[in-house]
Design a protein around this ligand. Structure first.
Ligand code: GPP
Ligand code: MG
Length: 287
């Protein structure tokens, strides 16, 4: 697999990026993601939204965990569906970009919904290979392609994208160069959808719980204000902003009761409940 972008610069530019790639390359035995993905072959690396069916917590005990896992997966897929709902009208001839494509779930869903071509980029070679195998198994590898590339320097053609999304990936990059690259890639009037966790400028700086999340995933959660500054500085005009915080809390409450819980659940619940952190969707147009 090539280790340089189209422009010839290395995919991994900094020690930090190498450490993030290393984390996702070695994070291969993660039942919290694999057991969910095995249900229908859609492997997600994001969280869920919506109320869970409380009957999954009832008897019989023998199937309770399996039912919780299926419900967590349903809520994660609902999150990706909400993101796709906001991409605007997409035609089969359009090209989309999934920036930070993980194991490929959202990209595959986008292709199934719109029939369009999707490129996903990730700095984890393991994830790129995993996601390409998923596309091949579904017979859509000619339309859904995953690349070992850096979302800050994708090498794709200027103006080649009708829409771009980031599904919980922006905490790994500086937003100013990210949105400069997205502004280059999108056609005029193209759409950007971001689902992210961001900290609350109003309550102050990074809370203990937010720092705990950063530490777990070696990311750098941005304040809410940074998104709007960086978007505005790069010719993006928000059309919809939804605070998904109340809609993601049930997912975390349910996940806390699953065999696949990782221990990070408490930090998310504390951060959301105390108001130091939000789960936000931002939809913006490129002008
Ligand atoms: C990816 O989900 C999670 C992140 C990139 C962390 C940052 C996200 C925030 C909203 C702050 P995952 O599915 O790999 O995580 P897990 O393994 O915990 O399910
Ligand atoms: Mg997960």
């Amino acid at each position: 697999m090539t280790t340089t972008s189209q422009a010839g610069s290395p995919v991994l530019r900094t020690e930090y990026q190498r450490s993030v790639a290393d984390y996702w390359n070695t994070n291969r035995n993660d039942p919290v993601n694999l057991k969910l993905g095995e249900i229908d072959g859609l492997f997600h690396h994001h969280y869920g939204i919506g109320n869970y069916d409380p009957s999954v917590l009832e008897r019989p005990k023998s199937t309770k965990d399996e039912r919780i896992i299926a419900e967590l997966h349903r809520l994660e897929t609902a999150q990706a569906d909400l993101l796709l709902d906001h991409l605007g009208p997409i035609e089969p001839a359009d090209r989309l970009l999934d920036a930070g494509s993980g194991r490929g779930g959202t990209s595959i869903m986008a292709h199934h919904r719109f029939g369009c071509a999707v490129d996903g980029v990730s700095i984890s070679e393991y994830q790129v290979q995993f996601a390409n195998e998923q596309a091949a198994e579904r017979g859509i590898a000619d339309r859904v392609r995953f690349h070992f590339r850096n979302m800050l320097d994708t090498g794709f053609d200027t103006g080649s994208r009708r829409a771009i999304w980031t599904n919980e990936t922006t905490m790994y990059v500086d937003l100013a160069p990210l949105y400069a690259e997205f502004a280059r890639l999108l056609e005029y009037g193209g759409r950007y959808v971001c689902i992210t966790g961001c900290y609350n400028d109003v309550t102050g700086g990074r809370s203990k719980a937010v720092s705990r999340i950063d530490e777990q995933y070696i990311c750098n959660i941005h304040p809410r204000s940074e998104y709007f500054k960086a978007l505005s500085a790069n010719n993006f005009v928000p059309i919809t902003v939804i605070d998904l915080t109340p809609h993601t809390i049930p997912y975390w409450e349910l996940r806390q009761q699953a065999s696949v819980a990782t221990g990070i659940e408490e930090a998310f619940l504390t951060a959301y409940r105390e108001g130091s952190f939000h789960y936000l969707m931002i939809v913006a147009d490129r002008i």
